[in-house]
Design a protein around this ligand. Structure first.
Ligand code: FAD
Ligand code: SF4
Length: 511
């Protein structure tokens, strides 16, 4: 047995006893370390609930490790950075080898690599075992593709892992994708009774964390009043079971629907548990497959949900590690405007933005379509600098970790990488918001009015975007159809739209 002393670093989003670094634990040579660093909460100005969920989940996990007699150093409430603390500990403990799982943020991965080089010690960095697709597999898949598209990746994942594949090797139900069935708005009268997510009673650890965050991060955005996030594996499992039993049945059909006072819709609210590794995506998919038979659920719902986890989640992770660090710098449209101030406080007259941002500040949560087609759509149409938008998403959502936030924001919502993995920009006018929600009913703006006094800013900016980028969109067969309706708008009206859009863009803080 070698006399190498190893330190195993467990990061705040690696809270699984079955994680690969812990599986490799050797009691004769290894110690563990976990670090609470305030820099992690301030390098983007994080939502208070995001800070709280990480700290509470980390402290609960540390208790679990201690109860299992792991030799753990837990650094609490430190003002230093993770790297500075790690450096001190590696020197003090005379460590020869740092062991960790690959961080979900590029900057931290690079900083750790630099640190071990500086200290001339060795590094064992395992790939995270909480994903179906390894980096190597993703690189191989991407290497011979002309276009990197979710659909083809997802089909391959279904086949490789034999999920929703019938006895003849064909997709269950005869088709790969039931997306068309999963885009319905709520009925005109509204969603009716929606069973909210499961409620958790905060224990003493969570109460202490909430008090600490309230005192120490009072100028950070968001509220702690509604904090109801699972912070242990046991709670995460309860959350999963609750979703399976009460909410999954309606997930599919209303996946894209939005409605006031319905912040969670029928969504699973499982992203924090998955991202902190309190849940493994394999057990989530197995639970959904089990419920399909047990509750005779529609295949479209089951497929729709599995596509999010086995498809999108794996795909964006693959893209992040394939395209970093460039992904963080891309700015295809050369947008430079500052993020309007009301993204941080919700004080805008636009009812859709006010609702999506308002619930985000309350809970640290908005569902996918709110993130993509409300806040994301506006940020693209309003020509905001992508890095400012990405920082906002990273700060404000409780489930935000860069590997999943950045590809969704820069790649999907902002088209900042010029369509590396999407065929065309995801943009919409107020007409889409009107169709998919009741937001427009109480808005001072009118979704169908393109310019002038009551014009919906989203509609004005949508047409302005099409006018501005018409030549480019039409040059590409995949986006050619986007401008078809422009020919029905007179040249005078197009001028009026562009002029009104100018006024909006120059006064983004005032709308
Ligand atoms: P559900 O709608 O119930 O979906 C089930 C699960 O599928 C989610 O928990 C999530 O793990 C996975 N999933 C669904 N869509 C995606 C997707 N596009 N990419 C990756 N996983 C997906 N998700 C994050 O986890 N962290 C983020 O920081 C994040 N930032 C986003 C930023 C933008 C601009 C957009 C458009 C999407 C972002 N997403 C992010 C994806 C998605 O919006 C969230 O995963 C989802 O809203 C979380 O809520 P839920 O658990 O109720 O999801
Ligand atoms: Fe949003 Fe426009 Fe509808 Fe108002 S009118 S809610 S700004 S889409």
């Amino acid at each position: 047995m070698s006399d190498a002393k190893r330190l195993i670093l467990i990061l705040g989003d690696q809270l699984d006893l079955q994680g690969v670094a812990l599986k490799e634990f050797n009691p004769s040579s290894d110690e563990l370390i976990m670090i609470e660093s305030s820099e992690e909460a301030t390098y983007v100005w994080s939502h208070q609930a995001k800070i709280a969920i990480f700290l509470s989940a980390m402290r609960h996990f540390s208790e679990e490790l201690r109860s299992l007699q792991y030799p753990l150093t837990y650094i609490k409430e430190s003002p230093l950075s993770i790297i500075d603390i790690l450096k001190n500990q590696l020197i003090e403990k005379k460590i020869n080898c740092l062991v960790c799982v690959e961080p979900g943020e590029w900057r931290l991965k690079k900083a750790i690599e630099q640190l071990v080089e500086e200290l001339k010690i060795s590094l064992v960095m395992y790939e995270d075992n909480h994903f179906f697709c390894t980096h190597q597999e993703f690189r191989e898949w991407a290497s011979n593709k002309k276009e990197l598209r979710l659909e083809y990746f997802y089909r391959q994942m279904r086949k490789t892992h034999h999920i929703l594949i019938d006895a003849d090797g064909e997709p269950e139900g005869g088709q790969w994708n039931f997306d068309q069935d999963n885009r319905k708005p709520y009925p005109k009268k509204g969603p009716g009774m929606v069973d909210g997510p499961i409620q958790f009673q905060p224990d003493q650890i969570t109460l202490d964390v909430l008090a600490y965050v309230k005192n120490n991060y009072k100028d950070h955005p968001g509220s702690l009043e509604y904090f109801n996030w699972p912070v242990t594996r046991a709670q995460a499992l309860e959350g999963l079971q609750y979703f399976i039993d009460y909410r999954l049945r309606n997930f599919g059909v209303f996946q894209d629907a939005m409605w006031t006072k319905t912040p969670f819709g029928w969504h699973s609210v499982l992203s924090t548990s998955l991202n902190l590794k309190l849940l493994n995506p394999r057990e989530v998919i197995n639970a959904v497959l089990g419920a399909w038979k047990k509750y005779s659920l529609d295949l479209s719902t089951v497929e729709g949900f599995i596509r999010q986890i086995l498809g999108w989640r794996e795909f964006v992770r693959g893209m992040y590690y394939l395209d970093m660090p460039k992904m963080a710098e891309d700015n295809y449209y050369s947008h430079t405007r500052a993020l309007p101030k009301w993204y941080w406080d919700g004080h805008t007259q636009m009812a859709c933005m006010r609702d999506a941002i308002g619930q985000t500040l309350k809970y640290g949560y908005a569902h996918h379509i709110q993130r993509l087609m409300i806040t994301g759509n506006f940020a693209l149409l309003a020509e905001i600098l992508p890095s400012e938008v990405c920082d906002w998403y990273l700060a404000i959502y409780v489930d935000a970790i860069e590997w999943v936030e950045l590809p969704n924001t820069a790649g999907m919502a902002l088209f900042a990488n010029g369509g590396r993995f999407t065929s065309k920009p995801y943009i919409a006018s107020g007409a889409y918001v009107k169709r998919m929600s009741n937001y427009c009913d109480t808005c001072p703006y009118k979704p169908d009015v393109r310019y002038g006094e009551n014009a919906c800013p989203i509609t004005t900016l949508y047409w302005n975007f099409l006018i501005k980028h018409r030549a480019q969109l039409e040059a590409n067969p995949r986006s050619r159809l986007m401008t078809a309706n422009l020919s029905r708008i007179s040249v005078e009206d197009q001028r009026a739209i562009a002029s009104h859009a100018h006024k909006i863009l120059d006064n983004l803080n005032e709308i």
